[in-house]
Design a protein around this ligand. Structure first.
Ligand SMILES: Cc1cc2nc3c(=O)[nH]c(=O)nc-3n(C[C@H](O)[C@H](O)[C@H](O)COP(=O)(O)OP(=O)(O)OC[C@H]3O[C@@H](n4cnc5c(N)ncnc54)[C@H](O)[C@@H]3O)c2cc1C
Length: 415
């Protein structure tokens, strides 16, 4: 185990290490999603740092998931390897090491991470970015009969179920989707396009509109896209229970049931239990409270980013819990860790909302940015292009872009 001179990493102080007392600093990144993976990749770029440091990314899965493109796995528009590349491949050539393990908890005072396999990882600097998890225990039967849509395994499971239903002799495939936020709306459109006339899709939400946090123009375009595809939109509707072949809903004090072959649960995230149990400040939702520099309040050597944290800029504006926000936070976290190691001033993070993009069926999308709304096939191309540009590592971007362009050209020639 590496040891570091205590004076060197005392909170808020910086002391240039002498050759004799200097050992590599251990930077441990927990969670390889938008926050963690992109921080690891960015940190690896600070080659000019005169002080050695070791970066370890600890993550339970062997692959990253670019969630905004997960829907395309279900429709076959993209392959698994494009949307969910392996960490080993992404981090090859980077100075960050990948360690696949499930994290059980962190002792912030002792600066150590407990892993499920019994191992302990010591750190000098910690990045916490394990995101949130889907909450299923809110409705009776959801745990047993509803599927989540968050991981590659979820997408694969959904694909298998669809293949099974498509191969069966049932005339209509009935799907209920809980939650009319972006995930619900996007998967509803994709499933409607995949199943065409054979699909009967219900989108259910207790609120009075779809896509609550989105711009009015994105909402209008999305609403039309859902109606055009025959998706039945049930707003102001509570889901009371889920059974193996039906979902019980209540609207305006009337209870009824919808028969289903598949229920997808997209509403409601919650903080991970061991994050809620950390000995530090949390908000009411169990999120960790970050300073504008992305440091965990009370722990200057711990950086927090992504969905698990409440992050406000110096004016008090809160970052949303989105990939877009985590993607922007990662380079700032990396830069601030480097700044702390090298004795530079830390900079505050400020979120810039670049716009909204939603897939609304196969090759169809809405893109809203700085007051301009585009929709249809062109928006679909822009959305895919922008996301390819945001995939991790240049090598992976080029591989996916090449395949996407070749496929597009083939389709054009076939016309
Ligand atoms: C289907 C879907 C589509 C989405 N589309 C968009 C979109 O279009 N635009 C947008 O801005 N946002 C989108 N989001 C939201 C976006 O994915 C999240 O806001 C973003 O991923 C948050 O990043 P994060 O780093 O905080 O967490 P995550 O990306 O969730 O990463 C957390 C990582 O931590 C790992 N982890 C968790 N617990 C442990 C543990 N105990 N041990 C080891 N590893 C652990 C997980 O495996 C995961 O890899 C979408 C989400 C979903 C589910």
């Amino acid at each position: 185990m590496y040891q570091i001179d205590d004076k060197f990493h005392q909170q808020g102080q910086f002391e240039k290490p002498s050759v004799s007392n200097y050992k590599p600093l251990r930077i441990c990144i927990l969670g390889g999603g938008f926050g963690g993976l992109y921080t690891a990749l960015q940190l690896g770029k600070f080659a000019k740092c005169p002080y050695k440091y070791e970066i370890t990314l600890v993550e339970q899965r062997d692959h990253f998931v670019f969630t905004p493109l997960l829907y395309e796995v279900v429709t076959g528009e993209l392959h698994d390897w494009e949307v969910a590349p392996a960490y080993k491949k992404l981090l090859a050539g980077s100075s960050a090491k990948f360690y696949q393990a499930e994290i059980q908890g962190v002792d912030l005072e002792q600066k150590l991470v407990n892993l499920q396999n019994g191992e302990i990882v010591n750190y000098d600097y910690l990045v916490l970015s394990v995101g949130k998890e889907t909450r299923l225990d809110v409705v009776p039967g959801a745990l047993e009969y509803a599927q989540t849509f968050r991981t590659l395994a979820d997408a694969e499971c959904l694909k298998k179920r669809l293949l099974f239903l498509e191969a069966s002799d049932i005339p209509v495939i009935r799907i209920a989707i809980a939650g009319a936020g972006p995930n619900g709306v996007e998967i509803a459109c994709k499933l409607a396009d995949r199943l065409k006339k054979r699909g009967e899709i219900h989108l259910i939400d207790r609120g009075n509109e779809i896509l609550k946090t989105f711009s009015q123009s994105s909402r209008t375009v999305s609403y039309r896209a859902l109606l055009k595809r025959g998706v039945q939109i049930n707003l102001n509707t509570n889901i009371e229970a889920i059974n193996f072949n039906k979902i019980i809903i209540n609207s305006q004090d009337k209870t009824r049931h919808i028969e289903t072959d598949l229920v997808l649960w997209t509403g409601g995230n919650q903080s991970i239990q061991w994050i809620k149990e950390l000995n530090c400040q949390h908000n009411q939702q169990g999120q960790l409270i970050a300073k504008p520099t992305l440091q965990l309040t009370g722990y200057p050597h711990v950086f927090v980013l992504g969905d698990l944290a409440e992050i406000r800029d110096i004016k008090g504006n809160e970052s949303p819990a989105t990939a877009q926000a985590a993607f922007q936070q990662a380079p700032r976290a990396a830069r601030n860790i480097w700044a702390k190691i090298t004795g530079r001033k830390l900079k505050s993070f400020s979120y810039l909302h670049l716009g909204e993009m939603l897939t609304l069926g196969i090759k169809n999308a809405v893109v809203y940015s700085f007051g301009i709304t585009l929709h249809g096939n062109l928006a679909g191309i822009i959305r895919t292009g922008v996301y390819i540009q945001r995939l991790p590592t240049l090598k992976h971007k080029l591989e996916v872009a090449k395949r996407w362009i070749v496929r597009g050209m083939k389709k054009l020639l076939q016309r």
